[in-house]
Design a protein around this ligand. Structure first.
Ligand code: NI
Length: 167
């Protein structure tokens, strides 16, 4: 397995829309394994393929405290969304930034697992937030898109400076 490089805002590749996966084959499964490794190492609770410059509909998540409940979503589709919650979100692609974001409280989604089998789950609380956040990534959206443009501009300046200082 291998650690993958995580793209950081304002990298324009984070805006590319991910394509549907036609066949969950060994190549896809290797991507999934590498994404889990990268997410756990970061550490983070979710990672979308877009963030590692792979523009296919793959998400890995583990919101458990013990990091022993890996969840892989391939070609996820939100079937229903209810209620509203506002929680503080962060993102491995927007390091060091945490902001309140509104999301649906409960969602039901359909996806394929890493063996290509279709399943449906209903999620709420942090898992619901995480799934919505990661599906946004596959559509080229970031949680900071929900903030005011002034706030986003400040975040952009901060991260560009950080990236310059690190190089
Ligand atoms: Ni993110």
């Amino acid at each position: 397995m291998a650690l993958l490089k995580i793209l950081h805002f304002p990298d324009s590749r984070l805006r590319i829309k991910a394509k549907l996966i036609e066949h969950v084959n060994a190549e896809v499964q290797l991507v999934v394994a590498n994404m889990f490794e990268t997410m756990y190492a970061a550490p983070g609770i979710g990672l979308a393929a877009t963030q590692v410059n792979i523009h296919q509909q793959i998400i890995v998540i583990d919101v458990s405290d013990k990091k022993n409940q890996p969840l892989c979503l391939i070609n996820p589709v939100i079937l229903s969304a209810d209620g509203q919650q506002s929680t503080e979100e962060g993102c491995l692609s927007v390091p060091g930034i945490f902001e309140q974001v509104k999301r649906a409280e409960q969602i039901t989604i359909q996806a394929l697992d890493k063996t290509g089998k279709q399943f449906t789950i209903t999620a709420n609380e942090v898992l619901a937030v995480c799934i919505q956040h990661e599906i946004d990534h596959l559509n080229g959206r970031l949680f900071i898109d929900q903030l005011s443009s002034l706030k986003r501009q400040r975040i952009r300046q901060k991260l560009v400076k950080q990236q310059r200082d690190n190089n």
